[in-house]
Design a binder for this molecule. Sequence first.
Ligand code: NAD
Ligand code: ZN
Length: 341
Amino acid sequence: MKALVKAKAEEGLWLQNEPVPEIGPGDVLIRIRKTGICGTDVHIWNWDEWAQRTVPVPMITGHEFAGEIVELGRDVTDLRVGQRVSGEGHLIGKTSRQSRSGQFHLDPETKGIGVNVQGAFAEYLRLPAFNVVPLPDAVPDRIGAILDPLGNAVHTALSFNLVGEDVLITGAGPIGIMAAAVARHVGARHVVITDVNQTRLDLAGRVADVTPVNVATEDLDAVRSRLGMRQGFDVGLEMSGNTHAFDQMVEAMVTGGRIAMLGIPPGKSPVDWNRIVFKSITIKGIYGREIFETWYKMLAMLENGLDIGGVITHEMPVADFAEGFQIMRAGQSGKIVLDWD
Ligand code: NAD
Ligand code: ZN
Protein backbone atom coordinates (compact mmCIF):
# COMPACT_ATOMS: atom_id res chain seq x y z
CA MET A 1 0.00 0.00 0.00
CA LYS A 2 1.00 3.65 -0.43
CA ALA A 3 2.02 5.36 2.83
CA LEU A 4 3.58 8.65 3.90
CA VAL A 5 6.54 7.54 5.96
CA LYS A 6 9.18 9.11 8.17
CA ALA A 7 11.65 6.74 6.56
CA LYS A 8 14.91 8.44 7.57
CA ALA A 9 16.04 10.42 10.62
CA GLU A 10 16.23 13.66 8.67
CA GLU A 11 13.94 16.44 7.37
CA GLY A 12 11.12 15.27 5.08
CA LEU A 13 8.51 12.56 4.56
CA TRP A 14 8.49 9.93 1.84
CA LEU A 15 5.53 8.47 -0.09
CA GLN A 16 6.47 4.81 -0.47
CA ASN A 17 5.17 1.24 -0.51
CA GLU A 18 4.53 -0.51 2.83
CA PRO A 19 2.88 -3.83 3.67
CA VAL A 20 -0.86 -3.66 4.50
CA PRO A 21 -1.08 -4.03 8.33
CA GLU A 22 -2.28 -7.36 9.75
CA ILE A 23 -5.10 -6.99 12.22
CA GLY A 24 -5.54 -8.75 15.59
CA PRO A 25 -8.79 -10.23 16.97
CA GLY A 26 -9.91 -6.88 18.48
CA ASP A 27 -8.87 -4.65 15.57
CA VAL A 28 -10.42 -3.39 12.36
CA LEU A 29 -8.75 -2.54 9.05
CA ILE A 30 -9.79 0.84 7.66
CA ARG A 31 -9.41 1.91 4.02
CA ILE A 32 -8.38 5.55 4.38
CA ARG A 33 -10.25 8.08 2.23
CA LYS A 34 -9.16 11.48 3.60
CA THR A 35 -6.62 12.70 6.14
CA GLY A 36 -5.85 16.05 7.76
CA ILE A 37 -2.35 17.49 8.10
CA CYS A 38 -1.68 18.53 11.72
CA GLY A 39 0.99 20.77 13.26
CA THR A 40 2.36 17.56 14.81
CA ASP A 41 2.98 16.15 11.32
CA VAL A 42 4.87 19.32 10.43
CA HIS A 43 7.08 18.84 13.53
CA ILE A 44 7.77 15.29 12.32
CA TRP A 45 8.53 16.52 8.80
CA ASN A 46 10.91 19.18 10.22
CA TRP A 47 12.52 16.54 12.45
CA ASP A 48 12.83 19.01 15.29
CA GLU A 49 14.09 18.20 18.76
CA TRP A 50 10.68 16.96 19.97
CA ALA A 51 10.30 14.66 16.93
CA GLN A 52 13.80 13.22 17.31
CA ARG A 53 13.11 12.48 20.97
CA THR A 54 9.64 11.02 20.38
CA VAL A 55 9.23 9.32 16.99
CA PRO A 56 10.96 6.00 16.18
CA VAL A 57 11.98 5.60 12.51
CA PRO A 58 10.55 4.22 10.24
CA MET A 59 7.07 5.49 11.14
CA ILE A 60 3.93 5.95 9.04
CA THR A 61 2.78 9.43 10.12
CA GLY A 62 -0.70 10.94 10.45
CA HIS A 63 -3.52 10.69 12.96
CA GLU A 64 -6.43 12.67 11.47
CA PHE A 65 -8.48 10.43 9.19
CA ALA A 66 -11.78 9.23 7.77
CA GLY A 67 -12.31 6.00 5.87
CA GLU A 68 -14.29 2.81 5.54
CA ILE A 69 -14.01 -0.50 7.40
CA VAL A 70 -12.82 -3.27 5.06
CA GLU A 71 -12.03 -6.06 7.56
CA LEU A 72 -13.07 -7.00 11.11
CA GLY A 73 -11.00 -8.91 13.68
CA ARG A 74 -12.69 -12.13 14.80
CA ASP A 75 -13.81 -10.68 18.17
CA VAL A 76 -15.36 -7.54 16.70
CA THR A 77 -19.15 -7.80 16.66
CA ASP A 78 -20.47 -4.26 16.93
CA LEU A 79 -19.05 -2.82 13.68
CA ARG A 80 -19.51 -3.85 10.06
CA VAL A 81 -17.56 -3.95 6.81
CA GLY A 82 -18.48 -0.94 4.64
CA GLN A 83 -19.12 1.35 7.60
CA ARG A 84 -17.79 4.94 7.27
CA VAL A 85 -15.66 5.76 10.27
CA SER A 86 -13.17 8.05 11.92
CA GLY A 87 -11.57 7.26 15.26
CA GLU A 88 -9.64 8.24 18.33
CA GLY A 89 -5.92 8.27 17.57
CA HIS A 90 -4.88 7.99 21.21
CA LEU A 91 -4.47 4.31 22.08
CA ILE A 92 -5.01 3.88 25.80
CA GLY A 93 -3.97 1.14 28.19
CA LYS A 94 -6.45 -0.65 30.42
CA THR A 95 -4.39 -1.01 33.59
CA SER A 96 -3.85 2.47 35.02
CA ARG A 97 -6.06 3.78 37.79
CA GLN A 98 -7.29 6.53 35.43
CA SER A 99 -8.39 4.03 32.76
CA ARG A 100 -9.92 1.66 35.28
CA SER A 101 -11.99 4.52 36.68
CA GLY A 102 -13.24 5.42 33.18
CA GLN A 103 -11.06 8.49 32.64
CA PHE A 104 -9.48 7.07 29.52
CA HIS A 105 -8.12 10.42 28.28
CA LEU A 106 -5.97 10.71 31.42
CA ASP A 107 -4.22 7.35 30.99
CA PRO A 108 -0.47 7.96 31.41
CA GLU A 109 0.30 4.99 29.10
CA THR A 110 -1.38 6.69 26.09
CA LYS A 111 0.29 6.13 22.71
CA GLY A 112 -0.50 8.12 19.57
CA ILE A 113 -0.96 6.72 16.08
CA GLY A 114 1.39 8.39 13.62
CA VAL A 115 3.73 9.26 16.51
CA ASN A 116 4.43 6.16 18.63
CA VAL A 117 2.61 3.52 16.54
CA GLN A 118 2.05 3.23 12.77
CA GLY A 119 -0.33 5.96 11.60
CA ALA A 120 -3.10 6.94 9.22
CA PHE A 121 -1.26 8.53 6.28
CA ALA A 122 -1.65 5.29 4.34
CA GLU A 123 -4.14 3.42 2.20
CA TYR A 124 -4.94 1.15 5.16
CA LEU A 125 -4.91 1.67 8.93
CA ARG A 126 -5.14 -0.93 11.67
CA LEU A 127 -7.09 0.40 14.66
CA PRO A 128 -8.47 -1.25 17.81
CA ALA A 129 -12.27 -1.52 17.40
CA PHE A 130 -12.52 0.28 20.77
CA ASN A 131 -11.11 3.43 19.10
CA VAL A 132 -13.42 3.43 16.07
CA VAL A 133 -16.09 6.15 15.82
CA PRO A 134 -18.77 5.55 13.13
CA LEU A 135 -19.65 8.63 11.08
CA PRO A 136 -23.27 9.77 10.78
CA ASP A 137 -24.54 10.54 7.25
CA ALA A 138 -24.51 14.27 8.11
CA VAL A 139 -20.71 14.19 8.52
CA PRO A 140 -18.90 13.85 5.16
CA ASP A 141 -15.41 12.32 4.93
CA ARG A 142 -13.70 15.72 4.60
CA ILE A 143 -15.10 16.70 8.02
CA GLY A 144 -14.56 13.19 9.38
CA ALA A 145 -10.87 13.68 8.59
CA ILE A 146 -10.57 16.65 10.97
CA LEU A 147 -12.56 15.38 13.96
CA ASP A 148 -9.33 14.95 15.94
CA PRO A 149 -8.51 18.70 16.00
CA LEU A 150 -12.22 19.61 16.18
CA GLY A 151 -12.27 17.34 19.23
CA ASN A 152 -9.39 19.34 20.76
CA ALA A 153 -11.44 22.49 20.17
CA VAL A 154 -14.62 20.96 21.62
CA HIS A 155 -12.86 19.49 24.66
CA THR A 156 -11.28 22.88 25.42
CA ALA A 157 -14.37 24.98 24.68
CA LEU A 158 -16.69 22.80 26.77
CA SER A 159 -14.34 22.75 29.78
CA PHE A 160 -16.27 25.64 31.31
CA ASN A 161 -19.88 26.75 30.91
CA LEU A 162 -19.93 29.33 28.09
CA VAL A 163 -23.64 30.18 28.03
CA GLY A 164 -23.97 33.96 28.19
CA GLU A 165 -20.25 34.37 28.90
CA ASP A 166 -17.68 36.62 27.23
CA VAL A 167 -15.00 34.39 25.75
CA LEU A 168 -11.44 35.24 24.69
CA ILE A 169 -9.64 32.83 22.37
CA THR A 170 -5.91 33.47 21.82
CA GLY A 171 -4.63 31.97 18.54
CA ALA A 172 -6.67 31.79 15.31
CA GLY A 173 -5.05 28.59 14.06
CA PRO A 174 -7.45 25.90 12.82
CA ILE A 175 -8.20 24.78 16.39
CA GLY A 176 -8.80 28.30 17.73
CA ILE A 177 -11.14 29.04 14.82
CA MET A 178 -13.11 25.84 15.38
CA ALA A 179 -13.29 26.60 19.13
CA ALA A 180 -14.74 30.01 18.26
CA ALA A 181 -17.46 28.35 16.19
CA VAL A 182 -18.20 25.95 19.06
CA ALA A 183 -18.35 28.79 21.63
CA ARG A 184 -20.85 30.61 19.43
CA HIS A 185 -22.87 27.41 18.83
CA VAL A 186 -23.29 26.72 22.56
CA GLY A 187 -24.42 30.25 23.39
CA ALA A 188 -21.50 32.46 24.43
CA ARG A 189 -22.24 36.22 24.51
CA HIS A 190 -19.15 37.84 22.96
CA VAL A 191 -16.47 35.69 21.32
CA VAL A 192 -13.19 37.51 20.62
CA ILE A 193 -10.32 35.75 18.87
CA THR A 194 -6.78 37.14 18.71
CA ASP A 195 -3.80 36.46 16.46
CA VAL A 196 -0.92 38.33 14.85
CA ASN A 197 -1.58 36.72 11.45
CA GLN A 198 -4.20 38.72 9.50
CA THR A 199 -4.91 35.91 7.00
CA ARG A 200 -5.98 33.67 9.83
CA LEU A 201 -8.05 36.36 11.52
CA ASP A 202 -9.86 36.95 8.21
CA LEU A 203 -10.52 33.20 7.98
CA ALA A 204 -11.84 33.20 11.57
CA GLY A 205 -14.27 35.97 10.70
CA ARG A 206 -15.56 33.99 7.70
CA VAL A 207 -15.95 30.66 9.54
CA ALA A 208 -17.48 31.88 12.80
CA ASP A 209 -19.55 34.80 14.06
CA VAL A 210 -16.71 36.26 16.14
CA THR A 211 -14.73 39.46 16.65
CA PRO A 212 -11.20 38.99 15.26
CA VAL A 213 -8.49 41.17 16.83
CA ASN A 214 -4.98 41.57 15.46
CA VAL A 215 -3.01 42.16 18.66
CA ALA A 216 0.01 43.32 16.65
CA THR A 217 -1.91 46.41 15.58
CA GLU A 218 -5.07 46.65 17.73
CA ASP A 219 -5.60 47.28 21.44
CA LEU A 220 -7.52 44.43 23.08
CA ASP A 221 -8.73 46.69 25.92
CA ALA A 222 -10.28 49.08 23.40
CA VAL A 223 -12.12 46.21 21.73
CA ARG A 224 -13.31 45.01 25.13
CA SER A 225 -14.83 48.35 26.07
CA ARG A 226 -16.28 48.81 22.58
CA LEU A 227 -18.16 45.52 23.10
CA GLY A 228 -19.46 46.80 26.43
CA MET A 229 -17.60 44.43 28.74
CA ARG A 230 -17.03 46.10 32.07
CA GLN A 231 -14.29 44.11 33.70
CA GLY A 232 -13.00 41.54 31.26
CA PHE A 233 -13.52 38.09 29.80
CA ASP A 234 -15.21 35.35 31.82
CA VAL A 235 -13.58 32.42 30.03
CA GLY A 236 -10.28 32.17 28.14
CA LEU A 237 -9.30 29.44 25.66
CA GLU A 238 -5.54 29.53 25.05
CA MET A 239 -4.87 28.09 21.59
CA SER A 240 -1.65 29.75 20.44
CA GLY A 241 1.08 28.22 22.61
CA ASN A 242 2.50 31.74 22.74
CA THR A 243 3.65 33.12 26.11
CA HIS A 244 2.72 36.72 25.28
CA ALA A 245 -0.76 35.60 24.30
CA PHE A 246 -1.18 33.83 27.63
CA ASP A 247 0.07 36.90 29.52
CA GLN A 248 -2.37 39.08 27.64
CA MET A 249 -5.17 36.65 28.42
CA VAL A 250 -4.49 36.68 32.17
CA GLU A 251 -4.49 40.48 32.03
CA ALA A 252 -7.82 40.56 30.17
CA MET A 253 -9.74 38.17 32.47
CA VAL A 254 -12.34 39.09 35.11
CA THR A 255 -11.59 38.19 38.72
CA GLY A 256 -12.69 34.58 39.12
CA GLY A 257 -12.08 33.97 35.40
CA ARG A 258 -11.51 30.48 34.03
CA ILE A 259 -8.86 29.52 31.48
CA ALA A 260 -8.58 26.28 29.51
CA MET A 261 -5.12 25.81 27.99
CA LEU A 262 -4.63 23.70 24.87
CA GLY A 263 -1.69 25.60 23.35
CA ILE A 264 1.69 24.10 24.07
CA PRO A 265 4.29 26.72 25.11
CA PRO A 266 7.81 26.10 23.81
CA GLY A 267 9.35 25.57 27.25
CA LYS A 268 8.99 26.71 30.84
CA SER A 269 7.05 29.92 30.62
CA PRO A 270 7.48 32.99 32.78
CA VAL A 271 4.05 33.72 34.21
CA ASP A 272 3.12 36.46 36.64
CA TRP A 273 1.58 34.24 39.31
CA ASN A 274 0.62 37.28 41.38
CA ARG A 275 -2.04 38.22 38.89
CA ILE A 276 -3.36 34.68 38.72
CA VAL A 277 -3.56 34.43 42.52
CA PHE A 278 -5.09 37.85 43.19
CA LYS A 279 -7.56 37.47 40.32
CA SER A 280 -8.49 33.98 41.65
CA ILE A 281 -8.14 32.52 38.16
CA THR A 282 -8.75 28.82 37.52
CA ILE A 283 -6.49 27.21 34.90
CA LYS A 284 -7.17 23.81 33.36
CA GLY A 285 -4.71 22.01 31.07
CA ILE A 286 -6.22 20.11 28.15
CA TYR A 287 -4.70 17.14 26.39
CA GLY A 288 -6.46 15.43 23.47
CA ARG A 289 -10.14 14.63 23.62
CA GLU A 290 -12.29 13.12 26.38
CA ILE A 291 -12.67 9.50 25.33
CA PHE A 292 -15.40 9.26 24.19
CA GLU A 293 -17.54 12.03 25.64
CA THR A 294 -15.97 14.69 23.36
CA TRP A 295 -16.78 12.52 20.31
CA TYR A 296 -20.46 12.17 21.24
CA LYS A 297 -20.84 15.90 21.88
CA MET A 298 -18.94 16.89 18.71
CA LEU A 299 -20.98 14.62 16.42
CA ALA A 300 -24.22 15.82 18.01
CA MET A 301 -23.24 19.45 17.39
CA LEU A 302 -22.27 18.70 13.77
CA GLU A 303 -25.65 17.04 13.25
CA ASN A 304 -27.34 20.10 14.76
CA GLY A 305 -25.94 22.98 12.75
CA LEU A 306 -22.34 23.44 13.88
CA ASP A 307 -20.58 24.32 10.61
CA ILE A 308 -16.78 24.33 10.63
CA GLY A 309 -16.35 23.29 6.98
CA GLY A 310 -14.85 26.68 6.05
CA VAL A 311 -11.76 25.99 8.15
CA ILE A 312 -10.61 23.59 5.40
CA THR A 313 -8.80 25.90 2.96
CA HIS A 314 -7.03 23.29 0.82
CA GLU A 315 -7.88 19.79 -0.42
CA MET A 316 -5.43 17.91 -2.63
CA PRO A 317 -4.49 14.41 -3.75
CA VAL A 318 -1.90 12.73 -1.53
CA ALA A 319 0.57 12.80 -4.44
CA ASP A 320 0.80 16.57 -3.78
CA PHE A 321 1.60 16.11 -0.09
CA ALA A 322 4.87 18.09 -0.31
CA GLU A 323 2.96 21.15 -1.50
CA GLY A 324 0.46 20.67 1.35
CA PHE A 325 3.23 20.63 3.93
CA GLN A 326 4.82 23.68 2.31
CA ILE A 327 1.55 25.62 2.61
CA MET A 328 1.19 24.52 6.26
CA ARG A 329 4.70 25.68 7.03
CA ALA A 330 3.96 29.11 5.56
CA GLY A 331 1.17 29.58 8.15
CA GLN A 332 -1.28 31.04 5.62
CA SER A 333 -3.79 28.17 5.59
CA GLY A 334 -6.56 26.66 7.65
CA LYS A 335 -6.82 22.87 7.61
CA ILE A 336 -5.32 20.99 4.67
CA VAL A 337 -6.98 17.70 3.70
CA LEU A 338 -5.24 15.01 1.64
CA ASP A 339 -7.35 12.75 -0.56
CA TRP A 340 -6.30 9.05 -0.71
CA ASP A 341 -8.79 7.80 -3.33
P1 NAD B 1 -1.34 26.86 14.96
O1 NAD B 1 0.12 26.94 15.21
O2 NAD B 1 -1.84 26.63 13.58
O3 NAD B 1 -2.05 28.19 15.51
C1 NAD B 1 -1.51 29.00 16.53
C2 NAD B 1 -1.83 30.45 16.18
O4 NAD B 1 -1.40 31.28 17.25
C3 NAD B 1 -1.12 30.93 14.90
O5 NAD B 1 -2.07 31.38 13.94
C4 NAD B 1 -0.22 32.05 15.42
O6 NAD B 1 -0.08 33.11 14.49
C5 NAD B 1 -1.01 32.49 16.67
N1 NAD B 1 -0.25 33.38 17.57
C6 NAD B 1 1.10 33.54 17.66
N2 NAD B 1 1.38 34.52 18.53
C7 NAD B 1 0.21 34.98 19.02
C8 NAD B 1 -0.14 35.99 19.96
N3 NAD B 1 0.80 36.72 20.61
N4 NAD B 1 -1.45 36.21 20.22
C9 NAD B 1 -2.40 35.47 19.60
N5 NAD B 1 -2.12 34.50 18.69
C10 NAD B 1 -0.83 34.26 18.41
O7 NAD B 1 -1.88 25.73 15.93
P2 NAD B 1 -3.21 24.81 15.95
O8 NAD B 1 -3.01 23.60 15.11
O9 NAD B 1 -4.44 25.64 15.73
O10 NAD B 1 -3.13 24.36 17.47
C11 NAD B 1 -3.26 25.32 18.51
C12 NAD B 1 -2.32 25.04 19.67
O11 NAD B 1 -2.74 23.84 20.33
C13 NAD B 1 -0.85 24.78 19.29
O12 NAD B 1 -0.02 25.35 20.32
C14 NAD B 1 -0.73 23.27 19.32
O13 NAD B 1 0.59 22.84 19.59
C15 NAD B 1 -1.65 22.93 20.45
N6 NAD B 1 -2.24 21.59 20.44
C16 NAD B 1 -2.41 21.00 21.65
C17 NAD B 1 -3.03 19.77 21.73
C18 NAD B 1 -3.25 19.16 23.09
O14 NAD B 1 -3.70 18.03 23.16
N7 NAD B 1 -2.96 19.90 24.17
C19 NAD B 1 -3.49 19.13 20.58
C20 NAD B 1 -3.33 19.77 19.35
C21 NAD B 1 -2.71 21.01 19.29
ZN1 ZN C 1 -3.73 16.54 14.97
